[in-house]
Ligand binder design. Structure first.
Ligand SMILES: O=C(O)CCC(=O)C(=O)O
Ligand SMILES: [Fe+2]
Length: 313
């Protein structure tokens, strides 16, 4: 729930970001900002597109029809069919097994993967989610993927202007006895992201993911057709209960994405979406996010001196 105090705190921390969050929940405003940025960039944008197009052959997704992918995105707010090469999946997996990971995305709560249960014991609570930091500096494959021309091309086309590429985001969600509060906090309840006036995220599963067991769920086209159930939904961002979404949209619009390790897709996360909490297998996900602007928010680069391991007995 948005309280006045949390709004004031957000403005104090990052006024530009807070202002954007106030405005970007309105589709009409998003369209105007997106269009204006494209107009202003004009020639520079077309040069960028040409340059990216020229490098599409170097992409690890070179087999994908980029025009169809962009058309799918424009129509549905999502596009499927990306596959990471097996050596990239293996390299990211190996990195994840060797580097510390941080409970609740908190730099002070580090642990090694094989000590997940011990870390839960030490904290005396379940750990639903844990994220890696400094992945781009530590894992060359992640750095290479973040620079992949296909991702930049698709984002540039979707925005109609030069996209800003955020730091990568690599995280586990675990099968554990998570609280409702943790599920809400870690995006396991339906919501829309409002991180900019336009946003595009690429999701890659690094582990095999079965439908319903840690899978990502999204509602096709819900970036346009919003699930407004009461007047305040037009103004205030909130999480939606499953039955609010399943009763609002036809079943065939709700896509629960399973797939083997390497499965990838793109989503305008203004679409309604959530992660399913795993009940059996943990999920490792690599995400690349693009937005129109850089608000210096949500970085994965954390200075080494701020990183700490949880003391385990
Ligand atoms: O874990 C998931 O599948 C959901 C993540 C999410 O909501 C997001 O990346 O915006
Ligand atoms: Fe989200």
């Amino acid at each position: 729930m948005t309280t006045l105090a949390s709004v004031v705190a957000a403005f104090r921390e990052n006024p530009n970001y807070a202002m954007m969050r106030g405005a970007a929940r309105f589709r009409s405003i998003n369209g105007v900002v997106k269009g204006a940025k494209g107009l202003i960039e004009g020639r520079a944008y077309r040069t960028l597109l040409g340059e990216l197009q020229g490098r599409l052959g170097q992409s690890v997704f070179a087999g994908i029809d980029a025009e169809k992918f962009v058309a799918d995105l424009e129509r549905d707010g999502c596009a499927f069919g990306l596959t990471l090469p097996a050596d990239a999946v293996n390299a990211v997996r190996a990195y994840a097994e060797s580097a510390p990971v941080y409970a609740d995305r908190k730099p002070s709560l580090g642990f090694r993967l094989d000590r997940h249960r011990d870390a839960e014991k030490a904290l005396n609570r379940p750990i639903l989610l844990a994220q890696y930091f400094n992945t781009e500096a530590q894992c060359p494959v992640i750095a290479k993927l973040r620079a992949d021309p296909f991702l930049h091309y698709a984002a540039a086309r979707y925005f109609g202007s030069a996209p800003f590429a955020h730091d990568p985001n690599l995280w586990w969600t675990f099968a554990t006895n998570a609280s409702e509060e943790d599920k809400v906090r870690h995006a396991h309840r339906f919501h829309s992201d409002v991180d900019d006036f336009a946003i595009l995220k690429f999701f890659f599963y690094i582990t095999d993911v079965a439908v319903g067991d840690g899978s990502h769920v999204l509602v096709r086209g819900s970036n346009r057709e919003r699930p407004y159930r009461k007047f305040s939904d037009r103004l205030i961002l909130r999480r939606y209960a499953d039955d609010e979404i399943t009763s609002f949209y036809p079943a065939q619009r709700i896509v629960d994405v399973g797939g083997p390790a390497g499965t990838g897709f793109a989503e305008d996360t203004f679409c309604i979406h959530k992660g399913n909490s795993p009940f059996d297998k943990p999920r490792l996900l690599l995400q690349f996010q693009f937005t129109l602007f850089d608000y210096d928010a949500q970085r994965d680069r954390i200075p080494a001196e701020q990183l700490q391991l949880i003391p385990l007995g």
